[in-house]
Design a protein around this ligand. Structure first.
Ligand code: NAI
Ligand code: MG
Length: 399
């Protein structure tokens, strides 16, 4: 069989570091692939005025599956200042390449599993009866709509006249904002479409049915955000009734969910939400299983493009450490999600078992697992480096 081709998108900072480590694990687990590297990130913004060059989009379009590290984004003024002198003043504006990638390929389904590993000192615990300590197993999968909502980029400060007139046609706007000078108005729109909302809901229900989760929870705010959250809740009820009557459908408000997940996280299975609340919910659940060092994700389009990435960013403050200290597990787990997707079940399960074994044994732990401040000295103080953690995982493969 010919080797699979995977597009590797290192990006910036620790993104590039953890991607290399994940590929090392994939190789060691016997997954045979050719990696073609794509340009993305800050360097290409500065040099070319585009952090997501067309050649990278072409590469992904051709090979369909990508592993992505992380990128660095900076505020507009810094982005302008760091642009190559010959490109300055030529109308280039920075926008996040990962958001661009999601929109370009319509990667509208984002899946973020949050499952605790036994023995992870960062696992959520709570006080039980008689001062005992409970450590409930968290096994939640967040389905985040990935292209719409507050991330659609349809927003204005000092909106143009036609937009302002349209706003004025809404009675609530007239009652509450008509006195505000237009130049003092900032508006970000929260757009949900029926099609994309149905797709994320269907993906959530399908996943629950396939993997035996008992409930799907819509985590929005339909009592207040009546049109968009309301649409998701209405469609969820229809889908559940017509197609998945045996799966329980729950409705939690995002604010209340943030409280409940620290009381009874074991009661949740699949969570589904729009882009913004899905981002919040997945970070919050990730916090219960060890935080960003453990938070992996997958993103899918409807036509067979898939991008796998840790949910963390480029952590620039650690990027220049001589010995990298960051936890590679989120990236390695994301690579396992890629293996699941392309049907490579054996290496996926072997790698996951190796990660579980290393964590349960507790001999090799990165600084975050030791609750240390991220400094170069953590290695002298007993924390594993990024490479040491990867080596430990590789050593456990097939054991
Ligand atoms: P970040 O995720 O890069 O780092 C936040 C903190 O989380 C770090 O300081 C570190 O304490 C911890 N952390 C992150 N990854 C870790 C790992 N693998 N192991 C151990 N600890 C880890 O987020 P931050 O600082 O808000 O953003 C830094 C840059 O990354 C920004 O330019 C931002 O725009 C970008 N970013 C990119 C994302 C992406 O590529 N998808 C996502 C989030 C942020
Ligand atoms: Mg990322």
């Amino acid at each position: 069989m010919s080797k699979r081709t995977i597009v590797a998108l290192p990006g910036d900072g620790i993104g590039a570091v953890v991607l290399d480590e994940a590929i090392r694990v994939l190789d060691a687990a016997g997954f045979e692939a050719e990696y073609v590297y794509g340009d993305i990130g800050w360097e290409f913004w500065c040099r070319e005025g585009n952090p997501l060059p067309q050649r990278t989009l072409d590469l992904i379009a051709r090979h369909r599956v990508a592993l992505f590290g992380a990128i660095t984004s900076k505020p507009n003024d810094e982005a302008k200042a760091e642009l190559a002198p010959e490109l300055q003043g030529k109308g280039f504006t920075y926008s996040s390449p990962i958001v661009g990638l999601r929109q370009h390929f319509n990667l509208d389904i984002c899946v973020r599993p949050c499952k605790s590993y036994k023995g992870n000192p960062l696992n959520f615990i709570r006080r039980g009866k008689g001062n005992t300590i409970d450590e409930p197993l968290v096994d939640v999968v967040v389905f985040r709509q990935n292209t719409e909502c507050l991330y659609s980029g349809v927003e204005w400060t000092n909106p143009p006249a036609n937009v302002y007139q349209a706003l004025l046609s809404h009675p609530k706007f007239r009652d509450n904002f008509a006195d505000v000078p237009v130049e003092e108005l900032s508006v970000s729109t929260r757009i949900f479409t029926r099609k994309a909302t149905e797709r994320i809901l269907m993906a959530a229900f399908e996943h629950a049915a396939k993997f035996g989760y008992k409930s799907v929870t819509v985590c929005e705010k339909p009592n207040v955000v009546r049109e968009t959250s309301g649409l998701m809740w209405k469609l969820a009820k229809e889908i559940q009734k017509e197609r998945y009557p045996s799966i329980r459908l729950l409705n939690t408000n995002i604010d209340a969910q943030m409280m409940w997940l620290t009381k009874n996280p074991e009661d949740y299975g699949v969570i589904v939400a729009g882009n913004m609340f899905g981002d919040i919910a997945s970070d919050a659940f990730a916090g219960l299983i060890g935080g960003l060092g453990f938070a992996c994700s997958a993103q899918f389009s409807s036509d067979g493009i898939a991008v796998f990435e840790p949910t963390h960013g480029s952590a620039p403050k650690y990027a220049d450490f001589k010995v990298s200290i960051v936890n590679p597990i989120a990236m390695i787990e994301s690579a396992c999600m890629m293996l699941d997707y392309i049907g490579e079940k054996k290496p996926a399960s072997v790698i996951r078992k190796a990660i579980a074994d290393v964590i349960r044994e507790g001999k090799v732990r990165t600084y975050d697992m030791m609750k240390m401040q991220g400094r170069p000295e953590v290695i002298q103080n007993g924390a594993a480096s990024t490479t040491m953690m990867t080596d430990a995982i590789i050593e456990k493969l097939n054991k």
